[in-house]
Write a protein that binds this ligand. Structure first.
Ligand code: ATP
Length: 508
């Protein structure tokens, strides 16, 4: 995207926000503190399912997230679609009930709030949703949408002294807010369909501001918008933060957006935070291989970099129903650690692990490979096809013998046994234990950082090749509950063609 403001402007905004953080916090007390947050969705869990004898299955959308957000700062939460960002945002606001964990807001345990306390919390902490098309009720005027929260909270508490009714007061407040977000007060009686996407998002922001919150979850607030409009909305959000001393949790999958608006970033993968730290540290010296891959997927502005190799991140995205053991990223990681008994180029190790992973997840059968071959039951051609598919051609010695053995078993239609053979010989230390976040202010959950023993000081070229070019990785798809990889570009980018009309700042 084009930058929302000049780099200097962004830096100033960040510095101001950091100053505000320090000033308001009086040090280091977080406004929001999340510990061990879990949210599992249960499927096949209805009475009907039980009558049919179906076992409930859990989708581990959020699986032990720790976060802190300090007053006045913006914490970015990033990751591919489906990694649990929205669920985290909604659960910490108690819009969804958590499965486990604690959330403290200004020292209070949000999970334990009584109804009255929850009502007060809802005034202090709000949300702006991603999709300005579905998040506004089409039957309500924007005035009613913006002032709805005031009405629900029975505001103003007393009748205004100037003789206005409470309703008139609320309408005036809605007018003020519409103007503040760049719309015109006389649009108050219009309906959402009369506005462009960018303007609707302004309405969503005005609604979130109505109760004078201190903290707002911004759930991909610009990803459904045209690029030129994204910059305006981001600038508006930054201005509002400065003016009202707001604290943001900014959810995004687009890292170029995050870089300009966030003070710190938490990177999520399959329901967990895998890296967290100051924005500049994350961008300039990422630690986790997943963060590196995400950063490589950001489009480059410079001409030299545009021609760089950009390949898909290797391996399919696992299902949150049954995440991989140990490090969840190991099935795609270009730096996955080899066992002590194996020492082969990383690219080849990745290939062997990809083959095994596909077999374990029943990603293909021997029969499906045979069907692609022209020659009848030619085992040599069968093995050749798989060597090519999984980049196994350069193997030699004992490693090659083992892989050839597994391919032979596979050619005979014994998929499980072939996977067992590969597991016995090649199991990675990364699959034994789940890594924990370590490293202080800039922390990563990766065995490469947790244990020197594993740090083999990999040759960066090898690593680049191993991930199908870590030097240029593109997220090919999105995590989905069933493990399928959704086609890129078929979701949130429903850009409103009217957006370019909005380039004047929204007011019409
Ligand atoms: N109500 C639900 N029931 C079952 N699974 C769900 C439900 N809501 C979300 N999920 C699953 O939980 C996982 C996390 O979803 P979530 O929407 O939090 O991810 P996300 O990172 O915000 O993705 P996106 O950017 O696409 O919104 C996904 O696998 C998703 O399919």
């Amino acid at each position: 995207m084009s930058e929302p403001a000049s780099a200097d402007g962004d830096d100033r905004a960040r510095d101001a926000s950091a100053d505000a953080a320090t000033a308001e916090s009086g040090g280091d007390e977080p406004l929001l503190e999340v510990r061990g947050l879990r949210k599992y969705y249960y499927e096949n869990d209805s009475l009907f399912d039980r009558l049919l004898g179906r076992e409930p299955t859990s989708v581990k959308a959020v699986d032990g997230v720790d976060l802190e957000v300090y007053p006045g700062e913006t914490l970015g939460v990033v990751g591919e679609s489906g990694c649990g960002k929205s669920t985290t945002g909604e659960t910490l606001l108690r819009l969804r009930e958590a499965t486990d964990g604690t959330v403290r807001f200004d020292g209070e345990d949000v999970m334990e709030l009584s109804d009255d306390e929850l009502t007060r919390f809802r005034k202090r902490a709000g949300i702006v949703f991603q999709d300005p098309f579905s998040s506004l009720d089409p039957r309500m005027t924007v005035g009613d949408i913006v002032s709805e929260g005031l009405k629900i909270h029975n505001l103003p508490e007393e009748s205004p002294a100037d003789g206005r009714s409470k309703r008139e007061w609320r309408r005036d407040r809605a007018r003020e807010l519409l103007e503040r977000v760049g719309l015109s007060a006389d649009q108050i009686d219009r309906y959402p369909h009369e506005f462009s996407g960018g303007q609707r998002q302004r309405v969503g922001i005005a609604r979130a501001l109505a109760l004078d919150p201190e903290f707002i979850v911004l759930d991909e607030p610009v990803s459904a918008l045209d690029v030129s409009v994204q910059a305006q909305i981001l600038n508006l959000l930054e201005d509002l933060q400065g003016e009202f001393g707001l604290t943001y949790l900014f959810i995004a999958h687009d890292l170029s957006v995050v870089r300009h608006i966030c003070d710190r970033v938490a990177v999520m993968y399959l329901g967990e935070v895998v890296e967290t730290g100051p924005t500049d540290d994350i961008f300039e010296s990422p630690k986790h291989p997943y963060t590196e891959a995400l950063l490589e997927s950001v489009p480059r502005a410079s001409v030299e970099e545009q021609g760089r190799r950009v390949d898909a991140l290797s391996g399919d995205v696992p299902s949150p129903r049954n995440p991989p053991s140990g490090c969840h990223f190991r099935t795609r990681c270009p730096k996955v650690i080899q066992p002590a008994t194996v020492d082969i180029p990383q690219e080849q190790y990745r290939g062997v692990m990809n083959l095994r992973d596909r077999l374990e997840r029943q990603g293909f059968t021997a029969e499906s490979v045979w069907e692609t071959l022209e020659s009848e039951r030619d085992t040599v051609a069968f093995k050749e096809a798989l060597r090519e598919e999984f980049d196994l051609a350069g193997l030699s010695g004992a490693t090659m013998d083992t892989v050839e053995d597994a391919l032979e078993i596979l050619a005979n239609g014994r998929e499980e046994e072939a996977a067992d053979r590969l597991r016995d010989a090649f199991a990675s230390p990364c699959e034994e234990e789940e890594p924990v976040l370590t490293g202080g202010e800039h922390a990563a959950a990766c065995h490469l950082f947790a244990d020197e023993e594993y740090d083999r000081d990999l040759d960066p070229d090898e690593v680049g090749n191993a991930m199908g070019g870590v030097a240029g990785v593109e997220m090919a798809g999105e995590p989905s509950p069933d493990g399928d990889t959704a086609a890129a570009g078929d979701s949130a980018d429903a850009t409103d063609s009217a957006e370019s009309d909005d380039a004047d700042g929204g007011a019409r």
